[in-house]
Design a protein around this ligand. Structure first.
Ligand SMILES: O=P(O)(O)OC[C@H]1O[C@@H](O)[C@H](O)[C@@H](O)[C@@H]1O
Length: 261
């Protein structure tokens, strides 16, 4: 494990068994790169993304907390993806990042005045990636939150994408899609004609499938026009706000395994 720069952002490189690697920026505890043993990059990150801490990174795995999209009065998709996290622990093949209310700049802390402690554990091992997200309430009052791991999977061509496990039959994506699948239980698959990824989640009850399509991609200043064909977001999510009592902890996990086509 070593410290590297990702654009202008300090980041941690995690090295796992069999040559697996991941890079996580402290800004957002944002997993921006994941390679299995074969060295192929499995996450998409836009060439047009800001990498200087001035706005959320477009790609990788943004941590969404405590609000999903515009479902609330706070920042769109919450503040966790634009906050500076700490490296809490590291070991062979993994690192744990933490964020508490005390780490937030005053404006963000005032906008969401609750005591909280988040932890994100990122582990790589051969062809597997494991993300474990934990929300703690160390305060004296309950708070409600939503959360997601907004994973941008790299694909060779959007037109060849088949997603299994979210609906009856495979889901194909022609262009724009923004759908919430509720009550996800079993494994999902993502195939793009070159490889199949097996995805599993726990704690997170929902999965969001998102791609901006040609029109919306053209309107995004932090994405090149043709890049929408190179990724699909499949996001383990907890959409309906969950109330966390004082002293309670909530855990959500997301695992991805690289398989052959
Ligand atoms: O541009 P943002 O804030 O990163 O959001 C990207 C997308 O994130 C998805 O999770 C939402 O379902 C979409 O509605 C949204 O457009």
């Amino acid at each position: 494990m070593d410290m590297v720069d990702y654009g202008q952002l300090p980041a941690v490189r995690i090295r796992g068994a069999g040559g697996a690697q991941a890079i996580v920026t402290l800004y957002g505890a944002h997993l921006v790169s994941w390679q299995g043993a074969d060295g192929a990059e499995r996450l998409f990150c836009s060439a047009a993304s800001k990498l200087d801490g001035s706005r959320a990174i477009r790609g990788g795995v943004p941590v969404i907390f405590p609000q999903f999209a515009e479902r609330g009065t706070g920042m769109r998709h919450g503040f966790a993806r634009v906050a500076s996290w700490r490296l809490h622990e590291r070991g062979a093949g993994y690192a744990v990042f933490s964020l508490t209310d005390a780490d937030l700049p005053p404006a963000l802390a005032q906008a969401w005045p609750h005591a909280f402690a988040l932890a994100l554990r990122v582990q790589v091992n051969g062809g597997a990636l494991a993300l474990a997200f934990e929300v703690n309430n160390p305060g004296a009052e309950a708070f409600a939150f939503s959360a997601a791991l907004h994973t941008y999977f790299a694909v060779h061509d959007l037109a060849r994408v088949r997603i299994g496990g979210v609906q009856e039959g495979a889901l194909r994506i022609e262009d724009h899609i923004d759908r919430i699948y509720r009550g996800i239980g079993a494994e999902m698959t993502l195939a793009d004609g070159e490889a199949t990824l097996r995805l599993a989640q726990s704690g997170f009850t929902d999965a969001v499938v998102w791609n901006p399509g040609a029109l919306d991609a053209a309107a995004l200043s932090d994405m090149d026009d043709a890049e929408y064909r190179r990724f699909v977001c499949i996001e383990p999510a907890l959409i309906a706000p969950l109330t966390l009592e004082p002293g309670a902890v909530w855990r959500g996990a997301h695992t991805v395994e690289i398989g052959a086509e």
